[in-house]
Design a protein around this ligand. Structure first.
Ligand code: NAP
Ligand code: ZN
Length: 351
């Protein structure tokens, strides 16, 4: 075991603070990674504060990890020492069920092993610890290759914000000729706009923040719709083939459902909490509209997304923070004051 520096929340009401964790000795199939950068996802806040009710403490958050391979187990063939690699939201799955067979490990029927806050059945049922730490040891199958032409710190958020928006856009076959709305311009939303634009769709940023309109256009949005403007929402009714909803809290989805065309789908990736108010089923029935959900993406699809980003030069817009400022970063995220993803410089853990 190797003891490494990390930051952890010890309870739902505690701030994140320095904490030492043990990383396992690499098994023959493991890759030991020196973490360079780790993105800060809104899920890290939900989990550190037990807002979803299933957090196991202590929580060392972080599932947007990029780093360099420090050592590899004797049977590792996919990665070598010195490679630039990444780890996203999951570090294991049963590898036997239908979902794992279909490269959809995120829907593993036995339950995926999350990068943090999960029990790890193949490794003594230990609690997993994430990327707010100096090093991580992961089975080679769950380690991704990072295109070397990209700005390294700005690739970290691709591992969650990137794949979480890429996967539904691909699943619902978003492309030319379609109008796509991305709801919420935060970490996920800004990647959703970039990807939907790169896939050839007409993109509308749907936001509560009029002040973000110029940024939304710079990110690739063709139009901006202010969701708090009832007149603008009424005029946009029935115009969208697909909506990607990244709002992080329970909310009333009815105003958004009305934006869908016949046969349109709104995919929710943000809120896990109960929605506010009843769903107007009339709007679903009459327009044959769907409301769906999606979680991250599988390993194969995550690699495809990273390769696409390498080819199209797509990265996240990031603000680098030192680990000692993580609690302030959380406070700012809750005020929607980040453009558009905080990324931890993990060198600050070594101080
Ligand atoms: P974020 O950076 O904080 O962005 C969320 C954005 O949503 C805000 O910038 C704001 O955008 C909008 N928003 C916030 N509160 C709102 C409200 N009450 N009503 C309407 N809009 C509101 O968060 P994120 O990291 O993108 O994560 C978004 C959510 O996705 C979180 O709940 C996170 O846990 C979840 N998530 C899910 C998955 C998955 O696999 N399904 C993966 C990662 C994250 P505007 O200012 O533009 O309105
Ligand atoms: Zn995340």
């Amino acid at each position: 075991m190797t003891s490494v520096a990390a930051y952890a929340a010890q309870s739902a009401t505690a701030k994140l603070a320095p904490f030492k964790i043990d990383r396992r000795e690499p098994t023959p199939h493991d890759v030991n990674i020196d973490i360079l950068y780790c993105g800060v996802c809104h899920s890290d806040i939900h989990m550190s504060r037990n807002e979803w009710g299933f957090s196991l403490f202590p929580i060392v958050p972080g599932h947007e990890i990029v780093g360099r391979v420090k050592s590899v187990g004797s049977k590792v063939t996919l990665h070598k020492v010195g490679d630039l690699v990444a780890v996203g939201c999951l570090v294991d799955s049963c590898q036997q069920c239908g979902s794992c067979h279909d490269h959809l490990e995120q829907y593993c029927e036995g339950g995926m092993v999350g990068t943090y806050g999960s029990r790890d059945p193949k490794h003594n049922n230990d609690l997993t610890f994430g990327g707010y730490s100096e090093e991580v040891v992961v089975d080679e199958k769950f380690v991704l290759r990072v295109p070397t032409n990209l700005d390294v710190k700005a690739t970290a958020p691709l591992l969650c914000a990137g794949i979480t928006t890429w996967s539904p856009l691909r699943h619902w076959k978003v492309g030319p000729g379609q109008t796509v709305g991305v709801i919420g311009l935060g970490g996920l939303g800004h990647m959703g706009v970039k990807f939907a634009h790169a896939l050839g769709a007409k993109v509308v940023m749907i936001t509560t923040s009029p002040s973000k309109a110029d940024d939304a256009r710079a990110l690739g949005a063709d139009e901006v719709l202010i969701s708090s403007d009832p007149e603008a929402m009424k005029n946009a009714a029935g115009k969208f083939h697909f909506l990607l909803n990244t709002i992080p809290v329970g909310h009333d989805i009815n105003p958004y459902v009305s934006l869908l065309k016949r046969d349109g789908t709104m995919c929710i990736v943000g809120a896990l909490d109960p929605l506010k108010g009843a769903i107007n089923t009339g709007a679903l029935v009459v327009g044959r509209r769907s409301v769906a959900g999606s979680i991250i993406g599988g390993i194969k699809e995550t690699q495809e997304m990273l390769d696409f980003c390498g080819e199209h030069n797509i990265v996240s817009d990031v603000e680098l923070v030192n680990i000692e400022n993580i609690n302030t970063a959380y406070d700012r995220m809750l005020k929607s004051d980040v453009k558009y993803r905080f990324v931890i410089d993990n060198a600050s853990l070594k101080k």
